[in-house]
Design a protein around this ligand. Structure first.
Ligand code: ADP
Length: 712
């Protein structure tokens, strides 16, 4: 056995033991549109990295990746090879440190330059390297370039199928249209996380709980919580009241506004919870016009301030559909598609009056409604017709002197803030569905943001769709009474780009999109990273996420989404929040008070215990008691600091890496990770005890029957 072989063996051992650390983010640095392009660091193809160390003349190491990368949080999933490569690169002249190189189950091929020796081995899913054997005279290039294509299960893709097929073809990946007995790398679901049950590995394009989270009531609540803490930052969401519970509040407030100023006559838009495509939506000018009941049942929904001065183009109201990818929850990674769609009304806009309130083609921009108007224009051109690309609209505005850079950066801020508002509860869903330690897939999701530009160019969030339509054809009447699906070039242009580039970003081998050989023919990514890129500007908003981390920690039991009274007491005790002024009896009263108020107000109120939103309310209450003299935001931040400080000594370093909401977590970004903890495994004994006592109160939250198989 030659010296080189021994050297490489040693290096392999080092790779394994260095598995703690890894290179920085492999994705390209992104810029806002209009700003100067970043100086993109030249990165190697991570699937084949050659290192020239101090003895570069004789030895090179090729890390070849293969197979699905289902990494787990913690030590085993880290990039041992990457770390080693970095170490080597310190000494060598031509070394490129690949990022996200070392995934589990990857083959490694070691080339010993000059000797013709090739060592091959494979790392097991637990990160161990099982075999390594020298073989002679195998052509280096052939081995280094060979990799199996990424596999995609498209059996449940539904209406995304067309665009997905085109994307897979462009990437030269392998589609399984009927599913596959063996595991696939990626599962593409048309509706929800649960479209395929029992997926234990790979990646799914839906997060558990996203549909529930983005229903109109839940979404309004999540944004409202943020509005309480950060009123100025969250002024992009119209004032909303939840029905039926806030009907009295709504009518009192409107009456007072009108009494104060008789010339004011605001309009409101009423939206059913879980509705889509404009279904059940209507405008009102007086609270008494609300239709509160459906038969004997109170209608759940929201009533919202109507934005009566939208920006018009060609005298028509329009809204923007923007595609946003949540690539990972922990660490939080958000991408925005540079291209989107704009959907136009088909009747010239007039400010609302009693006469025109029911004119849906004037007030509602939904494609599904306007397509039935005789004025709807199907156009192959991207800048005419009733559906246009976002860029064509922005160019048009720019030509009129609008500062579209400002508009775009306001839109990005709106998107990041909205995601920050919904992430806390998503994390609760995630840990309930895939508790740490349970095998499961990692998740990503494309969301559809509906945004209205006001006349003064301020973007307003209308809603976020968990299941945005990815259809690239539309129904058309080709002869009287005869309808056919015909291709829609505008949809195709935008949606295929979004799906294809989402896949490129989710490539389990983590080849850098811009350097993968198969990608030479592909256009540059249409998805731009905005988070963590803009972490500095927005991280301070993530207070509720820290509250959610506490909540999850004290949930204790796998699959749980609600805190029982014992666990709530344990939280108070562990964080030392009770004293002679706030006895444990008061704690119990607070618990009962808040949970009672919330029961009946949430869609899943059949469940006993305290959900996250109720816990947040309790937390705000505790913060106000404890830090009376401070402004609200500081009260909450101070209480969080206090609780976290109390928990710090108990949790130790282990807590830090216990829960990952994106299990494919090769790079722990400490600056933005909020340190979610594994409630089951790492909780101190009292927590576990409390959790098991409360467990009797709970049933695992099952996904609700999904009305949301409607895409919008
Ligand atoms: P749906 O999920 O049913 O499409 P949306 O919340 O998207 O419900 O509302 C449907 C349409 O109504 C939007 O596309 C937009 O044109 C209009 N709309 C919704 N909310 C407002 C609002 N607050 N102000 C003005 N127009 C609105």
């Amino acid at each position: 056995m030659g010296d080189d072989y021994v050297k490489v063996r040693v290096q392999l051992e080092q790779m394994r033991s260095f598995g703690e650390d890894e290179g920085a983010d492999a994705e390209e640095q992104q810029q806002l549109p209009g700003s100067s392009p970043p100086h993109a660091p030249v990165s190697p193809d991570p699937s084949s990295v050659t290192i020239a160390g101090s003895d570069a003349s004789s030895t090179s190491v090729t890390c070849k990746q293969r197979g699905k990368s289902r990494s787990r949080p913690g030590r085993d999933d880290k990039n041992s090879c990457g770390k080693h490569l970095q170490d080597l690169s310190l000494h060598g002249s031509a070394a490129h440190a690949g990022k996200n190189l070392n995934r589990l189950g990857h083959e490694r091929t070691l080339h010993i330059r000059g000797t013709g020796k090739i060592l091959q081995g494979k790392s097991e899913t637990n990160g161990n390297y099982v075999s390594i054997h020298p073989s002679k005279n195998i052509p280096e290039v052939k081995l280094a370039n060979k990799r199996r294509p990424v596999t995609v299960d498209t059996a449940k893709a539904k209406t995304s199928l067309e665009a997905l097929k085109i994307s897979i073809k462009q990437l030269k990946w392998k589609e399984f249209p009927l599913g596959r007995r063996a595991a696939c790398d990626i599962y593409w679901h048309g509706v929800s996380f649960h479209d395929n049950e029992n997926i234990v590995s790979g990646q799914v394009n839906k997060f558990p709980g996203m549909i529930e989270m983005l229903r109109k009531i839940n979404m309004s609540r999540a944004v409202r919580t943020m509005q309480e803490l950060f009123p100025e930052e969250y002024d992009f969401y119209p004032r909303s009241w939840i029905l039926p519970e806030e009907y009295q509040q709504f009518s009192t407030q409107i009456r007072m506004v009108k009494e104060n100023d008789a010339t004011v006559n605001p309009t409101f838009i009423v939206k059913p919870d879980g509705g889509s495509q404009g279904d059940g939506i209507y405008l009102i000018r007086d609270p008494s016009d609300l239709k509160l009941m459906a038969g004997s049942q109170a209608k759940q929904g929201v009533v919202q301030e109507y934005i009566h001065k939208p920006l018009l183009i060609d005298k028509l109201k329009f809204d923007i559909r923007l595609y946003v990818l949540i690539k990972s929850l922990e660490p939080l990674e958000i991408y925005i598609a540079k291209e989107g769609l704009t959907r136009f009304c088909t009747e010239p806009y007039q400010e609302p009056s009693q006469k025109n309130l029911s004119h849906v083609f004037m007030h509602l921009t939904n494609y599904s409604l306007n397509v039935h108007s005789g004025n709807f224009v199907h156009s192959d051109s991207q800048n005419t017709g009733s559906k246009r690309t976002l860029s064509s609209v922005l160019y048009r505005l720019a030509a009129k002197g609008v500062d579209i850079k400002k508009v775009w950066s306001d839109i990005i801020a709106l998107v990041i803030k909205t995601v920050i508002a919904v992430v806390p509860e998503l994390k609760v869903y995630y840990q309930a569905e895939i508790p740490p330690g349970k095998p499961g897939p990692t998740c990503f999701q494309i969301l559809g943001f509906d945004i209205l530009l006001m006349k003064n160019l301020k973007p307003v969030l209308l809603e976020v769709n968990s299941n945005p339509s990815m259809r690239i054809e539309h129904e058309q009447e080709v002869a009287p009474g005869v309808y056919e699906y015909v291709p829609s070039p505008v949809d195709k242009e935008v949606k295929v780009g979004v799906i294809r580039d989402t896949l490129r970003l989710m490539d389990p081998a983590h080849r850098k999109p811009s350097v993968s050989p198969d990608e030479a023919a592909l256009p540059s990514l249409c998805l731009k990273q905005v988070y963590p890129k803009y972490t500095k500007q927005f991280n301070y908003l993530r207070l509720v996420e820290r509250i959610a981390s506490l909540f999850i920690r004290f949930l204790g039991v796998k699959g749980n989404m609600r805190l029982g009274p014992t666990a709530f007491r344990t939280f108070i005790r562990t964080c030392k929040l009770s004293n002679s002024n706030f006895t444990m009896a008061s704690v119990d009263i607070l618990y009962i008070d808040i949970t009672r108020r919330w029961s009946g107000s949430t869609p899943d109120s059949r469940e006993a215990g305290m959900g996250l939103q109720a816990f947040v309310e309790a937390f705000f209450h505790l913060a106000a008691r404890r830090f009376k003299s401070l402004p609200m935001r500081e009260q909450v931040a101070s209480l969080l600091d206090l609780c976290e400080a109390q928990l710090e000594p108990q949790s130790g370093a282990e807590d830090r890496r216990s829960v990952s909401c994106s299990r494919a977590l090769p790079r722990a970004n400490k600056t933005q990770s909020l340190g979610l903890t594994n409630p089951q495994l790492n909780s101190p004994t009292p927590l576990r005890r409390a959790a098991s006592q409360d467990y009797r109160l709970h049933q695992r939250l099952k996904p609700r029957s999904l009305r949301a198989n409607v895409e919008n």
